[in-house]
Write a protein that binds this ligand. Structure first.
Ligand code: I3S
Length: 127
């Protein structure tokens, strides 16, 4: 992975394009807004970047960090059918009360993210 806009000593473990929508923020349900992001997993942080033109992929300096979530104390699972009509959807819950859905039409792609996020949550659980 190329380094992300966020300064960090930790190298990126995984990056790629996924569709994401928040479904809960600060414990409150929010309206879905599926958006494509360039996502970087860096230690226990998951960084959501958007290209300037709303495009996908890595555009170096044109990539803008929109927000990040802390995975420590969170959980990731395959989303149940009632969460979305889409295929290959992961549900990520953070300790800060955010719930979001991550989706890719590519099933091996999303399975790799499931594995990477599960590992990251496990690795940083006790730090
Ligand atoms: O869970 P919902 O409310 O059925 O989610 C769908 C809606 O958010 C819809 O937008 P509207 O707010 O204009 O109804 C989205 O376009 C859909 O993508 C959402 O469902 P999926 O099943 O795609 O997550």
């Amino acid at each position: 992975c190329p380094s992300s806009p966020k300064p960090s000593n930790t190298s990126s473990e995984k990056c790629g394009n996924l569709n994401m929508t928040k479904i809960t923020e600060h414990g409150k349900k929010v309206r879905k807004n599926w958006t494509s992001y360039w996502i970087v997993l860096q230690g226990s942080s998951l960084l959501f970047n958007k290209g300037q033109g709303g495009g996908t992929g890595w555009f170096g300096r044109d990539q803008k960090l929109e927000f990040s979530v802390e995975l420590k104390g969170g959980s990731v699972n395959w989303a149940s059918k009632d969460k979305s009509s889409k295929k290959h959807v992961l549900e990520l819950k953070t300790r800060q009360g955010m719930e979001l859905l991550l989706q890719s039409d590519n099933d091996s792609h999303i399975s790799e993210w499931h594995k990477a996020l599960t590992e990251a949550i496990h690795t940083y659980a006790w730090e």
